[in-house]
Write a protein of this length. Structure first.
Length: 266
């Protein structure tokens, strides 16, 4: 019997998880808010929320507005179904065998989601296997992709891994709340200090020279502190702005391992 899997979160991690599980012949649906602030949109299915469809490494996700239609898409298994309606209605309709919370809310305390599906997998800091989820998959580089059957994931490490000698300084976080607007595109080359976006009337400049790897979708409401922009300083030839990232892929492999281990016990 083909398992139905629901992945929460359309960022690069959630997208890699959905992509890997779909390739493994599971029926996969995704869920997120109507206005996700995903920045690495070239490495994620996030633009399907706005455009109706998005393709990453040969796999397509299609937005399905009618919750009843999600079941039909899952049965056909030709694409990943993406729904942005109320989560309770989606859960009641799809009745997933596995729920994966891949929203990567690193500083938030996750709600207890045990019981929303026979197997609930939490990704990232603050998930505790046996307390607010059934299994946890590690997202820290220190134990990336490890399956935790009891106890917490590693705490938030603090600083991101460097690219081209730059760590957190390659990101821009919203200094104010408002609507994010930009005419720039992921993959554009930018100079240090170049204005590439705005929140309301407040200009947003590139923190260093390189290629835009991450950029929130124009028109999305932003809260203070939200990550809105990322520059890959390695230049056009070395920068990765599309396809699946190495870290999300390893996390996705951990999720697949967790599901297979669980299936072997039930």
């Amino acid at each position: 019997m083909t398992l139905a899997i629901l992945v929460r979160g359309v960022g690069d991690v959630g997208s890699a998880v959905a992509h890997r599980l779909f390739r493994s012949r599971y029926a996969v649906a995704m869920h997120d808010d109507p206005m996700p602030t995903t920045t690495r949109r070239g490495m994620a299915f996030a633009d399907a929320v706005f455009d109706g469809a998005a393709t990453v490494d040969g796999i397509e996700a299609v937005r399905v507005d009618d919750v009843q239609g999600v079941d039909q898409v899952l049965a056909q298994r030709r694409v990943i179904a993406l729904h942005i309606g109320p989560l309770p209605s989606l859960l009641a309709t799809v009745r997933p065998d596995v729920l994966v919370d891949a929203r990567m809310r690193k500083r938030d305390e996750p709600e207890n989601q045990r019981g929303l599906a026979p197997l609930v997998i939490g990704l990232g800091p603050n998930f505790v296997a046996g307390r607010n989820c059934d299994l946890t998959v590690e997202t820290s580089w220190a134990a990336l992709g490890a399956v935790i059957t009891e106890g917490p994931a590693l705490p938030l490490a603090g600083e991101p891994r460097a690219l081209g000698g730059h760590g957190r300084d390659r990101y821009v976080y919203a200094p104010i709340a408002g609507v994010f607007t930009t005419g720039a595109r992921i993959g554009d080359s930018v100079a240090s200090g170049e204005v590439v976006a705005a929140i309301g009337a407040h200009p947003i400049a590139a923190p260093l020279a390189g290629v835009l790897r991450g950029l929130a979708r124009s028109g999305v409401p932003i809260t203070i502190g939200t990550k809105i922009l990322e520059v890959d300083p390695r230049g056009d030839s070395a920068a990765q702005v599309s396809g699946l990232g190495a870290r999300p892929v390893r996390i996705a492999e951990g999720v697949l391992k967790a599901i297979r281990q669980w299936r072997g016990r039930v």
